[in-house]
Design a protein around this ligand. Structure first.
Ligand code: 5AD
Ligand code: FES
Length: 343
């Protein structure tokens, strides 16, 4: 057996790898890795794909992340924010389309104080749906209030665990605080989701290996990995590097090997740079898809990166389209809320 096969066999049996072994996989062409990751996915979480209905309810953000189109210094973007009752209305539509989880995502927008958010969460909870929040860094008390109001899961990507790169990418933010937020979220009993960007300028393969080891150490319940896509109205504008897709796919597949039963989305960013991106991801370890359920006017404005998919598709159409794609590869849409370890 080649050493690559030895590493994959070890990952398959032990779900644990050294940094050097992770690096060998990241430097491989990925073909064997994807097959193993697909098998680990099948044996641990089965053929069901969980659909999460995504509501991007405000693109107003106080942060200045260098890569993100929503960054506050970007004056070209047209800003919007949905009223609480509008958010609840979309969530209801989502559950009527069959979504068993509603994901509420926004920029870091302080308009939505704890009272408003708890109202939104508790109203949506009445539709018998799981709720995932993805609204950034908050205090322990705020996280607790949302949890008490009924939120089940929280997504907060670490983006990168490389201290230097983190500082360059996130003015006025700290890696330490971001990690603390994740530990707070975990302590409060949420299912914890994190993840990273792949292909940021000056990001090393070594730091991607560290990101993967961090996910394992945190014992995350969900990991979302996306290729970096340059946005023209940010300091990182420029050419898209097509290699970011393969590297993101490799990171995702290794995560499946090391955290065999967690939820891993086939991310929208993957499909943005490869027309088959989500299907390829679903066949390389992923078991979740998160279609947007808002109307076009909002989808267009939530421009984290350019050329997002499905901008003109009605949410009902996306629901059917993605189900067709899932069935075309012999998988099925899960009927459960899709908690990690079936909780
Ligand atoms: N390209 C790809 N993904 C991006 N994100 C932000 N900006 C970009 C970009 N230019 C990702 C971040 C964030 C998630 C909501 O979107 O990882 O956590
Ligand atoms: Fe939106 Fe296919 S998932 S049109």
């Amino acid at each position: 057996m080649t050493s690559l096969n030895n590493i994959l066999e070890k990952a398959y049996k032990e779900h644990s790898l050294s940094k050097d072994e992770i690096l060998s996989l990241l430097n491989s062409d990925g073909e064997e890795l994807y097959k193993y990751a697909d098998r680990v996915r099948e044996e641990n979480v089965g053929d069901g794909v969980h659909l999460r209905g995504l509501i991007e309810f405000s693109n107003i953000c106080k942060c200045s992340c260098k890569y993100c189109g929503l960054r506050s210094p970007n004056t070209k973007i047209e800003r919007y924010r949905l009223e609480p009752d509008e958010i609840i209305k979309y969530a209801k539509q989502g559950t009527e389309l069959g979504y068993k989880t509603i994901v509420l995502q926004s920029g870091e927008d302080s308009f939505y104080d704890t009272e408003k958010l708890c109202y939104i969460i508790s109203e949506i909870k009445k539709f018998d749906t799981a709720i995932t929040l993805s609204i950034g860094e908050k205090t322990l008390e705020e996280y607790k209030a949302y949890k008490d109001a009924g939120a089940d899961r929280y997504l907060l990507r670490i983006e990168t665990t490389d201290e230097e790169l983190y500082k360059t990418m996130h003015p006025k933010m700290s890696l330490e605080n971001r990690k603390q937020c994740l530990y707070n979220i975990k302590k409060l009993g949420y299912e914890v989701g994190t993840g990273c960007l792949v292909g940021l300028p000056n990001q090393t393969v070594e730091s991607l290996a560290d990101d993967i080891l961090f996910f394992k150490e945190l014992d995350a319940d969900m990991i979302g990995i996306g290729p970096f896509i340059p946005h023209p109205d940010t300091p990182l504008k420029g050419e898209l590097n097509p290699k970011n897709f393969d590297m993101a796919l490799k990171v995702m597949a290794i995560v499946r090997m090391l955290l065999p039963d967690i939820n891993i989305p086939a991310t929208t960013a993957m499909e943005t740079i490869n027309p088959m991106g989500r299907i390829i991801a679903l066949k390389s370890g992923a078991n979740v898809v998160m279609p947007n359920i808002l109307d076009t006017e909002y989808k267009v404005k939530y421009e984290i990166y350019p050329n997002k998919i499905c901008l003109n598709e009605h949410s009902g159409k996306c629901r059917n389209c993605i189900e067709g794609k899932i069935k075309s590869i012999g998988r099925f849409v899960s009927e459960t809320k899709g908690f990690h370890r079936g909780k």
